[in-house]
Design a protein around this ligand. Sequence first.
Ligand code: NAD
Ligand code: TDX
Length: 366
Amino acid sequence: MRRVLVTGGAGFIGANFVRYWSERHPDDHVVVLDALTYAGNRENLAGLESHDAFRFVHGDIGDQPLVESLIKEDGLDTIVHFAAESHVDRSIHEPDAFIQTNVSGTHTLLKVAREAWLDSDSAPGDHLFHHVSTDEVYGTLGRDDPAFTEKTAYAPNSPYAASKAASDHLVRAYHHTYGLNVTTSNCSNNYGPYQFPEKLIPLMIVNALNGKVLPVYGDGSNIRDWLYVEDHCRGIELVIDKGKKGETYNIGGDNEYANIDIVSTICSALDKLFVTQPELAKVFPDAPAVKGDRTDTLITFVKDRLGHDWRYAIDATRSSDTLGYSPQEDFNSGLTRTIDWMIEHETWWRAVMDGSYRDWLETNYD
Ligand code: NAD
Ligand code: TDX
């Protein structure tokens, strides 16, 4: 039985992970620490808060006294670290918060973990700091380049990627220098329920339902490897249970697609849905299908993202050979689940998009 601190557990992947973990490890004590930035929502954890083994704490990973008291008072022996500023576009416009949370915040957690788990008389017998990172630390690939392995040299290109790379190095250093038990996973682009509609897939679904422009950066040829969030959670669980301390593991979806193909697939899926579920017309009266138009008429090519990485691809051989990892969701089934979830959770996305997100978009895009 573990006593787990999940940082960033009210965000997209963190909330999916807490749900996944609580179902599969019902005896574990789980504490979520989350600052509830624009990307974090208590609603994402609805239903869990009545469990005795679950506790939510509203706070910042950079608040050292708070993190110290949590680890000590709750006797925590495992940290699964998701908390981060996660959106590349935001990091291009306002990088400071990325350095603060992703670099300094991660360092605070490592410092406190070291003190509580290595330097204290009441340290637990076993402990683990699992760090959730990204494939973006490896930089960008050309069409014929081999996919990223755990040995690929780091070459982060955006302030976001650089901040995640810095945090990965700190985690590694705390293992090498102090002997902290750490594991790191670097994964590809996640999608699925609870993803904030600023990232490509949920943004395109929401805009299409609202009859708004679908902004495709550049020529839409950029390629990402799409990983259904539940597969990512399973991968993290495998690393926590079977990973070798000090090692990193790549987790991918084996689903490389160009952005324009992703957006076009979403458009045709929605066109079909409005035919099979005519009642959707009442709920989403501005969707093109309601007027007999194709959804892809909304696709608009816009100015490219600065420094836009062209292709990411994950080689997950180490995870599959040593942990038995393989993604279970193919892209069509994962996308269908995601679109269905977004349609059923209209209240959720309208609520999370209110306020700060909208203000931010208005001040940063023309
Ligand atoms: P998200 O933006 O949806 O959620 C981040 C969460 O962290 C939010 O709940 C937010 O409130 C919280 N948070 C932010 N700053 C905090 C702070 N200082 N203290 C405490 N909590 C704070 O992000 P996500 O997409 O769920 O990503 C989770 C992790 O996975 C991140 O570390 C990200 O770098 C990594 N990752 C994400 C993807 C992806 O496709 N989304 C891919 C690879 C890696
Ligand atoms: O409106 C858009 N139009 C568009 O063409 C948006 C939001 C994105 N894009 C493009 C940019 C990327 O090539 O789609 C691709 C995916 O964009 P994002 O969803 O912003 O993801 P990305 O930049 O690839 O980063 C994501 O994957 C790695 C996550 O946001 C990171 O947190 C993760 O580390």
